[in-house]
Write a protein that binds this ligand. Structure first.
Ligand code: SF4
Length: 453
């Protein structure tokens, strides 16, 4: 029996991220554990290390477990970190096989091509993982294993065992998303039928959208111990019929949980009654891509929504007392007036949870090439491409001023006394203190950006 380490790295210290206000379970690694092929189980012992919660140094894990294989998962911001860890692993023992999976390698595998990384699990991660271990057991060459992985077609059936949530039992109480605490993740569909120009999500499945059956989803849901459920579909509100059926089953089966989902504003605006039904069976929050309060931006992003639709969606969620976590993109030509207009719109509509993202053309998206000439951060400094750093030259103000405007807007919207009083009434003091500590850390990162530029 040899050890296989499954590692989720901690983000780089320079990455500004939501890590201070949310830590979600590494679902993709849990899927690997539950789907290890039976004939491989007597040979490989899987160990999951979540470096977001485990501060032990990699070198100590290597000494303790003496693994034969180490597999990383990560986003674009992890590329350099994973390369550095892989180098450290090879220096420790050059016979350890290193591999990378996760959403970034699925879209931009070339980013992980590195002398210290042996295998790229870039397509059908779970199948590729088993191919890797099967290949190693059969003494297949690394190149032979990679060839087998590369030759796969995209598997859209998703006939896998539910994730193993026992493997990280020690960490589970610490997984949360803002006020959803503790919180478990579930994925019911893959990709998105829409094609917003800036979006990375639909690139992961090569533009395809596919779903798990609701029977399968519900059977997994019933086994989850946490009451707070974060449905991490790129867009859960795709089909009215599917959402309706999901609500019906929850009602019939008397499943008593709270849900946080991603959904589009146009679906919400067109389905007010359905959203009320969803609220009645536990819908607590929707992350909505509002994206902009300027029509021209929505058009240029191919968002297929309008400011009016966004306003209708927010009004519906507010009337239902369902939290609206809105994401907003600030392009290069954002002026002081645009920041003010955005603030007034957010105050007018009652949107209090905002994720303000300076426009970030991620590698692998449709808009990447259009903006190369505007880059002020090198794409190789991946830790800064976190959708919070300013990576493009602002047109009407300095980079420092742009950071200042973002930081100010966060404070004016999220920290408004009216909003804070509402939060304390709704969630109590302790969760609010936790959020305050987390948001202060994010705030400090912005302040450093304002000082250092
Ligand atoms: S932004 Fe949302 S709606 Fe648009 S393609 Fe991405 S997931 Fe789909």
């Amino acid at each position: 029996m040899t050890n296989v380490l499954l590692i989720r790295p901690k983000p780089h210290k320079d990455t500004i991220g939501l890590k201070h206000v949310m830590i979600c379970e590494p679902l993709e690694l849990e899927y690997l554990v539950s789907n290890l092929e039976p004939e491989l189980k007597d040979q490989y012992h899987l160990i999951l290390i979540d470096m977001l919660l485990d501060n032990t140094k990699l070198s100590k894990h290597l000494k303790q477990y003496q693994p034969s294989v180490v597999i990383f998962t990560g986003y674009n911001t992890h590329v350099n970190l994973i390369k550095a860890y892989s180098k450290e692993i090879k220096m420790f023992d050059s016979t350890i096989v290193t591999a990378v999976g996760g959403v970034h390698v699925e879209v931009v595998p070339d980013d992980f091509k590195d002398v210290h990384i042996d295998v790229l699990l870039w397509r059908n991660g779970i199948d590729a993982f088993n191919m890797l271990l099967r290949g190693l057991r059969a003494n297949t060459s690394i190149q032979g294993i990679q060839n087998e992985i590369d030759q796969q077609m995209l598997n859209t059936e998703f006939a896998y065992n539910p994730p193993d949530r026992q493997i990280n039992a020690a960490y589970r109480a610490q997984y949360y998303y803002m006020f959803h605490n503790p919180c478990a993740l579930i994925k019911t569909s893959f990709g998105c039928p829409f094609k917003c120009a800036f979006c990375f999500c639909h690139e992961i499945t090569g533009g395809q959208y596919y779903e798990r059956t609701l029977e399968d989803v519900i059977s997994e849901l019933k086994e989850i111990r946490e009451r707070e459920i974060y449905i991490v579909d790129d867009n859960f509100l795709v089909s009215e019929a599917r959402v309706r059926k999901f609500i019906e089953i929850l009602r019939q089966e008397k499943i008593d949980k709270h849900y946080l989902i991603y959904g589009r504003a146009d679906f919400i605006a067109q389905n007010a009654e359905l959203m009320a039904d969803f609220k009645a069976v536990g819908l607590h929050g929707v992350i909505v891509g509002i994206e902009s309060v300027r029509e021209k931006d929505l058009k240029s992003y191919d968002k297929l929504t309008t400011v009016k639709i966004n306003e209708e969606a927010v009004a519906i969620l507010n009337a239902l007392d369902v939290e609206c976590y809105s994401t907003l993109i600030m392009p290069l030509d954002f002026s002081k007036k645009d920041f003010n207009d955005l603030k007034h719109w957010l105050k007018k509509t009652g949107v209090n949870f905002v994720n303000l993202q300076p426009l970030t053309p991620l590698k692998g998206t449709a808009i990447y090439d259009d903006y190369v000439k505007d880059f002020i951060e090198a794409p190789s400094d991946v830790e800064l491409w976190d959708m919070a750093h300013i990576v493009l030259t602002p047109k009407y103000m300095s980079k420092r001023q742009f950071y200042f405007r973002i930081w100010k807007l966060y404070y004016e919207v999220v920290m408004s006394p009216k909003h804070l009083i509402r939060l304390v009434k709704k969630y109590g003091i302790r969760p609010n203190l936790k959020m305050l500590v987390g948001s202060s850390r994010v705030s400090m990162q912005y302040i450093l950006k304002m000082i250092r530029g």
